[in-house]
Design a protein around this ligand. Sequence first.
Ligand code: ZN
Ligand code: ZN
Length: 249
Amino acid sequence: MKIRAVGTSGGKTIRNLLTTFVVDRVLALDCGSVCTGLGLSEQLEIKDIFISHVHMDHIGELPLLVDNKALYGKSVTVYATETTICHLRNHVFNGIIWPDFEGIPSVDNPALVYREIDYYQEIKVGEYRLTPLPVNHIDGSAGCYIQKGDIGFAYTSDTGETDEVWDWLSRQSALKALVTECSFPASMENLAVISHHLSGSMLEGELKKLGSGADIFIYHLKPQFSDQIREEIKGLDVHVLADGEEIVL
Ligand SMILES: [Zn+2]
Ligand SMILES: [Zn+2]
């Protein structure tokens, strides 16, 4: 499995791309920069998309990707919780903010297909087994565990402190790598708590709960505080992802 960290930042600047990961070129995890970070031919290869939650930095370029693919007669399937799909239908693909691609070019042959997912219920997505996992962020948020053969990869997406996801992942012997977040420096821990994100010291506590030998990759640093956060977590056995970096498992 190769996971390309197309966009890894918790904020947008000219040098920072928002959350998007692509597994083996065909399965996208969130779409914050799926068009900015990928060429058109790479966009066309994406067949399935896991959307963790509806914050703008995770869905911002999903409408643009669907449009790009529709012009070539290609569809995408979006896997998300019931709440997330409801928000995408009502607030994004609602015929006002963006066209309703469930009916384009036709209801029988739509460019956008939704598949509802439930926590802990494994589904088959292409060649992968995907298990949605509950995390502590906004209503309807999910992380996911993806397994192909005996290789497992997990993506918590945005999350504050939690137990469920770590408890479940700690029992996955195939888990080889994990992407999780660290958004704020210690001085802003109050904001981390109320916005359901992690600071460096909170991250350290969360990783103790996992207690796994998996490689840990960090994303979602706020670019304004990136140097400070890196300094604060340099003692942890983690790797902070850069935009465009690839995780090979
Ligand atoms: Zn979020
Ligand atoms: Zn985010």
